[in-house]
Ligand binder design. Structure first.
Ligand code: ZN
Length: 168
């Protein structure tokens, strides 16, 4: 089961994409140390809301009673800059297959972004298609004109940011 969750964080280039940047099933975060963080947006269709997250991989060295390990930290976009405005949410516990809060967490269990992320995680771990539960995932994209990072689903699918879309 540990492998099952760890697999979710690996890039699977052959994963089926039905629309640009949108994966029908799966949750293949790019977490290599090269890319630093993987950014994706989950749209909750019934709420009509979307949440953008980042997962950062960090190799922690052994300290005190803790052995060396690889940790995955979840952040949620809470500002206008999709490169830097991520607030820390918690740690993705690979062993327990859970998003868990740590001392630095300030979000509550009822925060919409937390609820939606957990709902998505539950669906994936149960082997269900998140889309069947009204959850759409888009990996971040890049504007084909200016190269800016795109996190809004419509823009990702179009391959252009809103400003550039008006200029082509
Ligand atoms: Zn652009």
């Amino acid at each position: 089961m540990q492998e099952q969750l760890a697999g979710l964080f690996k890039e699977e280039p052959e994963a089926a994409e039905d629309v640009r940047g949108r994966y029908k099933i799966g949750w293949e975060f790019v977490t290599s140390s090269v890319s630093g963080a993987s950014i994706f947006t989950i749209t909750e269709e019934t709420l009509g809301k979307r949440f953008t997250y980042s997962v950062k991989r960090k190799d922690l060295r052994a300290s005190g009673q803790y052995p060396a390990r690889t940790a995955y930290f979840l952040g949620e976009l809470t500002g206008p800059d999709n490169n830097s405005d991520y607030s820390y949410v918690g740690e993705l516990d690979i062993g327990a297959k859970k998003l868990r809060f740590t001392r630095k967490s300030f979000m509550s269990d009822t925060a919409p972004g937390v609820v939606v992320f957990r709902k998505y995680l539950d669906a994936v771990l149960a082997g269900h298609d998140p889309e069947a539960r009204g959850l759409l995932v888009h990996h971040c994209g890049k504007c084909g004109r200016c190269g800016r990072r795109l996190t809004v689903p419509e823009s990702i699918e179009m391959g252009l940011g809103p400003e550039c879309a008006g200029k082509v």
